[in-house]
Design a protein around this ligand. Structure first.
Ligand code: ZN
Length: 115
C-alpha cells in the first residue's frame, strides 16, 4: 500500500524532529496533502494511526490540510483554484495556465509540549 510508505516517512520525520527537542513531547502533527499528490487522506490517516499505535508517541493525532489544485494564468497572472478540471483562467478565461499548487505532500507543523 502506497499510503503505508508515506505514513512511515512522515513518522520518521516526526521522530527525527522530536530527537532535536529532547524533553518535549509531540502532541500533534500537521500534514499538507495536495489534490494532485495521489494520496488518499483517510487511508494515510489510517496507516499513520496503525504505525503509531503501541509506540511511545501513541496517541498522536494527524491533522491533514487538503490543498486544492491551483493554476496561474500566463495572460493576466492571477491564480485560482481549479473546479471540475477546468484549467481555463477563472478571471480572463484565456489559456494557457500552469499548475502552481495541489502537489503538496509535506509536514506543515509539529505541536510540541514539555513532557
Ligand atoms: Zn487570466
Amino acid at each position: 500500500m502506497h499510503e503505508m510508505g508515506i505514513a512511515s516517512s512522515v513518522l520518521d520525520a516526526v521522530r527525527t524532529e522530536a530527537q532535536l527537542h529532547p524533553g518535549l513531547r509531540v502532541l500533534k502533527v500537521g500534514l499538507r496533502i495536495g489534490e494532485l499528490a495521489g494520496v488518499d487522506p483517510e487511508s494515510l490517516r489510517f496507516c499513520f494511526e496503525a504505525l503509531v499505535k503501541d509506540t511511545p508517541l501513541d496517541p498522536l493525532p494527524l491533522e491533514i490540510e487538503f490543498c486544492p489544485r491551483r493554476q496561474r494564468c500566463h495572460t493576466c497572472g492571477c491564480t485560482f483554484d481549479v473546479a471540475d478540471y477546468d484549467t481555463n483562467c477563472a478571471f480572463c478565461g484565456l489559456s494557457p495556465t500552469e499548475c502552481v499548487g495541489g502537489t503538496e505532500l509535506e509536514l506543515s507543523y509539529l505541536e510540541l509540549e514539555e513532557s
